[in-house]
Design a protein around this ligand. Structure first.
Ligand code: GCU
Length: 360
């Protein structure tokens, strides 16, 4: 495996006690205060099902839901959709963070989408929920005037340097959908996963790192500030991401532009926070901006945390060839030929991985 100088998961000897009784929480705080911002804890959430109907040619039950979140400075409502396979029994569920056009998660499925192939997911016995990022926080630099952040702040103009950004807000929304799924009798509460692509993949990882009710996360092509190790990374660097997307992060993260070596954290730590839960990383050969090698390296390095639970991380020493998924360990990885995307092929592999880990 390629060697890069990255900070260790723990100073001294990494032990399960040291990890669970201190270091894990410390890393969570560090990634919060330095990268994604601190997630507010003071809120209540209420759900209203606005429609319940048969969908997907009678194969699914569809519910449209409004989540109303109340914070210290107001309320904010966002919609999401959920499809449940028809029939008896409880189903594992997958929450999808839709960062692309809204039509991909259109509840009426007017056009099929390979980005969110819900028909296939339901056919495989998964409940599938999704929200659109813009419904939670606009994916543009609007000074935090319109997104969910505003219900937590007296004044958007004077935000602390560790105040959360859009990635944190989207991760929060995915956790609220998890709240709701846990209340649904059709859902197997032990097996709720979160999936996102690119900025959505960064979000999925941050969500699973913070929310231990999430059984598994799949991060597709998440690259910089997502799955990829930052030190020595090719393609996008911190300087570019904080310049182009400052509102995704807390202000503190800007301090590391061009100074990655000084970061007291690394992205494999984000992945390690998911241990011992099944984690999945996907890359694409032409995605130089995200840098597949740095994504794979991070997955490998996170294996150290899984070893504390006597679990294997990625079951491959070196980067696998395209279309040769590595799924035996608790961290799955595959490289797909092609562009920066999330495709039915990727989804199929992730569901294979989940089926295997859940034992279905
Ligand atoms: C940009 C950004 C990436 C991000 C991607 C996406 O390319 O630089 O960090 O992952 O958008 O979300 O599609």
């Amino acid at each position: 495996m390629e060697k890069r100088l990255v900070p260790p998961l723990m100073e001294g000897t990494l032990s399960r006690e040291g990890w669970e009784q201190g270091r894990r929480a410390e890393l969570l705080r560090l990634l919060g205060s330095e990268v994604y911002g601190i997630t507010p804890k003071d809120f209540e959430v209420q759900f209203t099902v606005t429609d319940e109907s048969e969908a997907l040619q009678g194969k699914a039950l569809r519910r449209l839901v409004q989540a109303q979140v109340s914070g210290p400075y107001g309320t904010f409502t966002f919609p999401f959709v959920a499809f449940f396979p028809k029939g008896e029994g409880m189903h594992p569920a997958i929450i999808f963070i839709n960062n692309r056009e809204k039509h991909h998660t259109d509840p009426d499925r007017k056009q099929p989408s390979g980005f969110w192939p819900v028909e296939e997911m339901v056919a495989r016995g998964y409940a599938a929920a999704a929200f659109h990022t813009w419904d939670v926080d606009t994916d543009c630099d609007d000074g935090f005037q319109n997104g969910i952040e505003r219900i937590f702040e007296a004044d958007a103009a004077s935000r602390p340097d560790d105040a959360w950004g859009a990635l944190g807000a989207w991760a929060f929304a995915a956790s609220r959908i998890c709240d709701w799924l846990l209340l649904q009798p059709q859902v197997d509460a032990q097996h709720i996963a979160v999936v996102g692509h690119s900025r959505g993949g960064k979000t999925a990882l941050w969500c699973a790192a913070q929310d231990e009710r999430i059984y598994s996360a799949y991060s597709s092509c998440s690259g910089c500030s997502g799955a990829a190790v930052t030190r020595g990374k090719k393609g996008e660097r911190v300087a570019q991401i904080v310049r182009n997307f400052p509102y995704w992060f807390c202000k503190n993260y800007r301090r590391y532009a061009g100074r990655e070596e000084e970061m007291p954290f690394e992205q494999h730590m984000l992945l390690a926070l998911c241990a011992p839960r099944p984690l999945y990383i996907g890359s694409a050969t032409e995605d130089e901006w995200a840098d597949p090698e740095s994504e794979f390296l991070s997955a490998r390095l996170a294996g150290e945390a899984y070893a504390l639970y006597h679990l294997q991380g990625v079951a491959a020493e070196s980067m696998p060839a395209p279309e040769m998924p590595v799924q035996a360990g608790q961290i799955g990885y595959h490289l797909r030929t092609g562009k920066h995307d999330l495709t039915p092929y990727d989804w199929g592999l992730y569901m294979d991985f989940l089926d295997q880990k859940i034992g279905r």
